[in-house]
Unconditional design. Structure first.
Length: 482
């Protein structure tokens, strides 16, 4: 027992204790849960409130479990070292499971405790702690399901997990926008029947149904038993291994890369440019934190933008400018790396830090911004009109490149140099201000361009002038170097 306790304490210290404790994330969950439950508590009955309350930890823990907490569901990189200690494989297994349960239980409780406190009067004093218990069981069940999914997918499941995280991200945003306007349907139900039997929160809300647990209670009990078996018997997925940095998108961007290297990237910047171009999209920690953000502008389309109306055309204009609005969040994660110790190869090279900054910034522009703006332009051309896309797309791309240059801070954390947990604890302090400022600026620019830009000519002229200035500056730098 002492061995097991020591292992759990050590794993908790490495994951969430000390400086890694996600105090801000837990506080945010408390605030979100309290605000939403305060709005809903007077609109629904006991069962409806339980379903709503259990949706909160499902949303607030599943997305992080697919992202920054994903290592909890993978093999411990220190397994071989720990295995050399006087511990048994059973101790290692139990300690990993206990660590997972403790962390996920704490995250779930952060949103469940405010929900229990703010429960409507129809929920008895005894049912309030039961709500917390059922929510924690639901969270553990979801964690076991994701663990089993990663075991089935093996080493090649990163793409599926990122896609799943993106789908959940969109579902949560749609749920927030639409769910609060559909409380009448939730208030009308008194138990899990029909389509409600498809939702895990309805299973675990079965004890609060007017007619008793019924079928949903049986499903919930079976899910908990299956989760317990998975956590007790299923192996943790293998640790990530080195893999190729090539991808379909990287291959499609080869012409753009070659053109940038010949006209825009200086000889000193070419090494950092190629390194970041190839390595950054292969960093799982970077991908799972930034790629799902692509879903944010697409939500505007899901909301029903109608290009035949003035309001709908305005939404498509915002869609074109949206990638620049969350550039601060993307740039915050450029230093993210699962192997920061490998930076010594770059740090001990004769590369100029200024050249590394310039090459990395240009790699982000070509590898991330360019395909994203091309995709948004094609989407607007297909769903709205080619004329709108051709008129606004060059201004949107030019503004995104300008924001990238303004937000890039030379001398900050080096690209691919910092673990994600450490980066979030040190780099999130100024993120809120940058996000708000850039979001407001891009929104205003989108509205002004949409309403005041008469034709496509001025936008393309602006983009062409920026390209000419960049190419001329690069040519001058090359001439000075020779």
């Amino acid at each position: 027992m002492n061995r097991l306790t020591s292992l759990v304490r050590a794993q908790l210290s490495g994951e969430v204790l000390g400086e890694r404790t996600p105090v801000a994330a837990l506080a945010m969950q408390v605030v979100i849960s309290a605000l939403l439950c305060a709005v809903v508590r007077g609109e629904v009955g006991g069962f409806g409130y339980a379903v709503f309350a259990l949706c909160l930890p499902l949303a607030l823990t599943t997305v992080p479990l697919l992202g920054e907490l994903a290592p909890l569901l993978r093999a411990d990189p220190a397994t071989e070292w720990v295995g050399a200690l006087p511990v048994t494989p059973r101790d290692l297994r139990l300690s990993r499971v206990m660590t997972l349960l403790l962390i996920m239980g704490a995250l779930a409780a952060a949103s469940l405790i405010p929900a229990a406190i703010l429960a409507p009067g129809s929920m008895s004093v005894a049912e309030r702690p039961l709500l917390v218990v059922m929510g924690v069981l639901q969270t553990w069940t979801v964690a076991a399901a994701l663990l089993l999914l990663q075991v089935v997918l093996g080493r090649g499941g990163d793409t599926v997990m990122v896609a799943l995280q993106t789908v959940l991200f969109v579902a949560i945003m749609v749920g927030v926008l639409v769910g609060l306007r559909s409380l009448g349907a939730l208030a009308a139900i008194e138990g899990p029947t029909g389509v409600w039997l498809l939702l895990p929160p309805a299973w675990f809300s079965a004890p609060f149904a007017a007619a008793g647990p019924g079928t949903a209670g049986v499903i919930a009990a079976g899910a908990v038993l299956l989760a317990a078996a998975v956590l007790a018997l299923a192996p943790f997925p293998p640790a990530p291994r080195a893999r190729s940095t090539s991808s379909v998108l990287g291959t499609l961007l080869t012409p753009a890369r070659i053109l940038a290297e010949r006209l825009w990237v200086t000889p000193e910047e070419r090494g950092p440019f190629g390194f970041i171009f190839d390595a950054l999209p292969a960093e799982r920690d970077f991908v799972v934190r930034t790629y799902p953000l692509v879903a944010a502008p697409l939500l505007l389309v899901l909301m029903g933008a109608d290009a035949t109306t003035v309001e709908g055309e305005g939404l498509y204009a915002l869609l074109l400018f949206a990638p620049g609005a969350y550039l601060p969040f993307v740039l915050m994660h450029v230093p993210t790396s699962a192997t920061p110790a490998a930076r010594w190869i770059v740090d001990t090279s004769p590369a100029d830090p200024r050249a590394e900054d310039g090459g990395a910034r240009k790699a982000v522009a070509v590898r991330l911004l360019l395909p994203l703006y091309l995709a948004m332009g094609a989407l607007v051309a297909a769903l709205a009109s080619p004329a709108l896309a051709l008129r606004l797309w060059p201004v949107a791309l030019a503004s995104g490149l300008l924001v990238l240059k303004l937000l890039w801070r030379p001398g900050g954390p080096r690209p691919l140099s910092t673990e994600a947990q450490e980066l979030q604890s040190t780099g999130a302090s100024g993120l809120g201000g940058d996000l708000l400022t850039v979001a407001i600026g891009m929104t205003l620019l989108a509205v002004v361009s949409w309403q005041k830009l008469p034709a496509a000519g001025p936008g393309w002229a602006l983009l062409g002038a920026m390209a000419a200035i960049a190419v001329t500056g690069t040519a001058t730098a090359r001439a000075r170097a020779t």
